[in-house]
Design a protein around this ligand. Structure first.
Ligand code: UD1
Length: 351
């Protein structure tokens, strides 16, 4: 049984805590009074994030934050971190996340994402820590039979190795709770995270050409790319373009804080969707971002992208009923904050 503790007496290890969703979650946890240790190898993140988190939360909260640069696959480094800090819970974000790249590098994706999780849970239990929140994805629902997606909707075969790693890690952590009922596991299935911290100090900083829609649109808005490529306008949706449930990263962050509070003193495994329940098309996103940045963003229609589903959006009633959590930000807020970040930091965290 995971011991019930106050946030001020709880130390949370956040793997991948310097990344996009991780960094916003760390802010939410510090604001809730937790002690936080970030472990991140900075392979897809900047150390500057740690300073930005401090700027946002202020000195007192920043004094409860520690950062250790390490790869979660590095057992010795992880052991040392668990020896140094009395970790009570873990939120596990660290992992490779580029869908297209995962198709090219399946061995690297399986090895890194599954390997680091297996190392992590082994080191955790060796240190008597059996409480973990995992960063999963709506990708586990595949091409849905019915919308909205509830946590009871069937998991479908993934369309790429990245998706399979999310699928398999959910299974591994679930199996763990069967073998040892003391484990306390929450699987959070995110829909499409976008937006940025309203301060403009933190946001998404993709390397190279963005794969995801929002960072691409933001780079068109700032003049780094010429026009948005709309992947197909012949889907069975109101305007023919793909529909997704975009969620503000601030809402995702508060979803993690809600999950930590909810799991306090519990055991077993539970799954929650984190979305808004509302579907938005690619063209609606381009229109909303155009409004946010004050000019009509150019776009052209290209063929469909392999592996894309027509539409998905979440039923989030379980998270509301169980954890008292629901998304607060709308698409206009998401585009405003994303634009604020992108226009203030055209090169992300680089100088
Ligand atoms: C993608 C991943 C998903 C992952 C998620 C993380 C695929 C197939 N899926 O979701 O596994 O969990 O990112 O955020 O990559 N679009 C364009 N032009 C673009 C980019 C995207 O029209 O330049 C369209 C897509 O066709 C889709 C929508 O925008 O309809 C959203 O795409 P994207 O942001 O890549 O997210 P997903 O594909 O939903």
């Amino acid at each position: 049984m995971s011991e019930k503790k106050d946030p001020k007496d709880t130390t949370v290890l956040v793997t991948g805590g310097a990344g996009f969703i991780g960094s916003h979650t760390v802010v939410a946890l510090l604001e809730d009074g937790y002690k936080v240790v970030i472990v991140d190898d900075l392979s897809n993140a900047s150390e500057k994030v740690v300073g930005r988190i401090g700027q946002i939360v202020g000195d007192e909260a920043a004094s409860r934050l520690a950062f250790r640069k390490a790869d979660v696959n590095d057992r010795a480094a992880l052991d040392a971190i668990f020896d140094e800090f009395a970790i009570d819970r873990v939120i596990h974000f660290a992992g490779f996340k580029a869908v297209g790249e995962s198709v090219q590098k399946p061995v690297e994706y399986y090895s890194n994402n599954l390997g680091n999780t297996l190392t992590l849970v082994d080191v955790m239990r060796n240190h008597g820590c059996k409480s973990i929140v995992f960063s999963s994805s709506a990708t586990v629902y595949g091409d849905p039979d019915a919308l909205p997606l509830t946590e009871k909707s069937p998991k479908k075969p993934a369309t790429n190795p990245y998706g399979w790693t999310k699928w398999m890690i959910e299974q591994i952590l679930t199996d763990l709770t069967v073998a040892d009922p003391e484990w306390n596991v929450v699987l959070l299935r995110y829909f499409n995270p976008i937006g940025a911290h309203p301060s403009g100090l933190m946001g998404e900083d993709p390397k190279g050409i963005p794969n995801n829609l929002l960072p691409y649109v933001a780079q068109v808005a700032v003049g780094k790319r010429e026009c948005v490529h709309v992947f197909g306008d012949d889907y069975d949706t109101p305007d023919g373009t793909g529909v997704r449930d975009y969620i503000h990263v601030m809402d995702l962050a508060s979803g993690h804080a809600a999950a930590l509070a909810w799991m306090n003193g519990r055991e077993g495994v539970e799954v929650f969707n984190l979305g808004t329940g509302k579907g938005t098309s690619v063209l609606e996103i381009i229109k909303a971002f155009s409004a946010a940045c004050g000019r009509d963003l150019p776009y052209q229609v290209d063929p469909r992208r392999a592996g894309d589903v027509t539409a998905n959006y979440a039923d989030c009633s379980k998270a509301k009923a169980e954890m008292g959590w629901e998304a607060k930000y709308d698409i206009a807020d998401m585009c405003r904050d994303s634009w604020n970040w992108q226009s203030n930091n055209p090169n992300g965290y680089e100088d």
